[in-house]
Design a protein. Structure first.
Length: 136
């Protein structure tokens, strides 16, 4: 089951060099099913980054956040993975779901169920880069 919070997620990100890919996934290793400390999240994030780089994926930083910015999770935009590979990565890092952007449309996919829900136009969900100590 996809949690309702995923449907209201916004993203802090700058377009990577060359612009947004036509197809990419957003994967995080933060808070694997439960809220954990910053040190555990940082270690998991670095492991995910290394694994994505070894897979030959094009990675760029994207932070998912609640609409009021009180909850944030650093993650990676990843071009070059299939949906199956991205879901496998999400499951490996204990995630309930991952995001996918295809031709400018943001959707969320359940890592276990495979359920897919269209969320919004990707551009409408980008907040740009906001320093971690600021709120909207």
């Amino acid at each position: 089951m996809i949690l309702p919070e995923y449907l209201t997620t916004f993203f802090m990100a700058e377009a990577p060099s060359g612009g947004w890919p036509h197809h990419f996934h957003i994967i995080t290793a933060h808070n694997p099913g439960v809220i954990v400390g910053a040190d555990i999240n940082a270690k998991a994030d670095e492991e995910l980054r290394k694994e994505l780089n070894l897979a030959g994926s094009r990675c760029f930083r994207i932070t998912g956040c609640s609409p009021d910015l009180t909850h944030r999770e650093e993650g990676w935009g990843v071009a070059g993975l299939t949906d199956k590979e991205a879901l496998t990565m999400g499951r490996k890092y204990g995630q309930n779901a991952i995001f996918i952007v295809t031709e400018g449309i943001l959707s969320v996919i359940g890592c276990i169920s495979g359920e897919r829900i269209k969320v919004d136009n990707w551009q409408k969900r980008i907040l740009g880069n906001i320093p971690s100590n600021e709120k909207l």
